[in-house]
Design a protein around this ligand. Structure first.
Ligand code: HXC
Length: 258
């Protein structure tokens, strides 16, 4: 693929996707989100890729959905074209881990896109917010659902109702991001984390991701049962035998993704 709004790079088993509409602070329009959905699907299907890193620029991960593209939309148009669902929601079907590496602004749809990823690594200058209320709308790509799950009701309400931004330190304290790193080393750190994930058995990583996602979709008893069944299934694999044998023999494991 030859996208106009993304920069794509592959480094060993890690695919790096950079959002690239620099003049609009990576405002997310349909063309960009179509390309992103396509790139994610392509990497997910590629057996050589084990993990995806999604990032923006130094100034902005993404400053939101593209307001100029939404300004004149009417109800039937939004419904008819399946706005958001058609392309943004494709992220939910990606089975390999996707890490958001966020520097600068992650606002509105940008914050929602980061939260759709499996976890967020933030630069120390990152700023998160759901400021949609300022332009007469509410978050529409999961902000009212994923943000309270990440930071609790009180902080989520505060952000959604007042449009205030959260800095990286607060985002880490609140559990929105998994780690904060110096802005200058964000990409290097995120790629290193991705390489670590890629060193583990591929299908086991995918099962672990699937299980954690279940925690947000099911009652505890069902989630535990889902986890237990996948856990049991791993005892039929080469990589379980190899991983445990390597530990006991005090050597590095040699995983074969089977
Ligand atoms: C379209 C945008 C944009 C956006 C910035 N730009 N954000 N264009 N949609 N969301 C454009 C500006 O119009 C400007 O274009 C250029 O990017 C640079 O932005 P500035 O405002 O000049 O930069 P700065 O002064 O540094 O301010 C940065 C900012 C501000 C604080 C991030 O741009 C801002 O408040 N942006 C909007 C944030 C927002 O409301 N996001 C939520 C959108 S609604 P020109 O041509 O003038 O240079 C949303 C809905 C989600 O996301 C629900 C469905 C997914």
């Amino acid at each position: 693929m030859n996208p106009e709004n993304l920069l794509l790079e592959v480094d060993g088993p890690v695919a790096l996707i950079r959002l690239h509409r620099p003049r609009q602070l990576n405002a997310l329009n349909d063309a960009l989100m179509d390309e992103l959905a396509q790139a994610l699907q392509q990497y997910d299907a590629d057996p050589a890729i084990g993990c995806v890193v999604l990032t923006g620029s130094d100034k902005a991960f993404a400053a939101g959905a593209d307001i100029s593209a939404m300004a004149t939309k009417d109800h039937m148009q939004a419904y008819g074209e399946d706005f958001i669902t058609r392309n943004w929601e494709r992220m939910r079907s990606v089975r390999k881990p996707v890490i958001a590496a966020v520097a600068g602004y992650a606002l509105g749809g940008g914050c929602e896109l980061a939260m759709m990823c499996d976890f967020i690594i933030a630069a120390d200058d990152a700023r998160f917010g759901q400021p949609e209320i300022r332009i007469g709308i509410i978050p529409g790509a999961g902000g009212t659902q994923r943000l309270p799950r990440a930071v609790g009701k009180s902080k989520a309400m505060d952000m959604v109702l007042t449009a205030r931004m959260m800095d990286a330190a607060e985002a880490e304290r609140a559990g929105l991001v998994s780690r904060v790193v110096p802005a200058a080393s964000l990409l290097q750190e995120a790629m290193e984390v991705a390489r670590t994930i890629c060193s583990f058995p591929r299908q086991t990583v995918m099962m672990a991701k699937e299980c954690v996602h279940r925690a947000f979709e099911t009652p505890l008893a069902d989630g535990l049962m889902f986890e237990r069944r996948l856990f049991h299934s791993l005892f039929g694999t080469h990589d379980q035998r190899e991983g445990m044998a390597a530990f006991l023999e005090k050597r590095q494991p040699h995983f074969e993704n089977r």
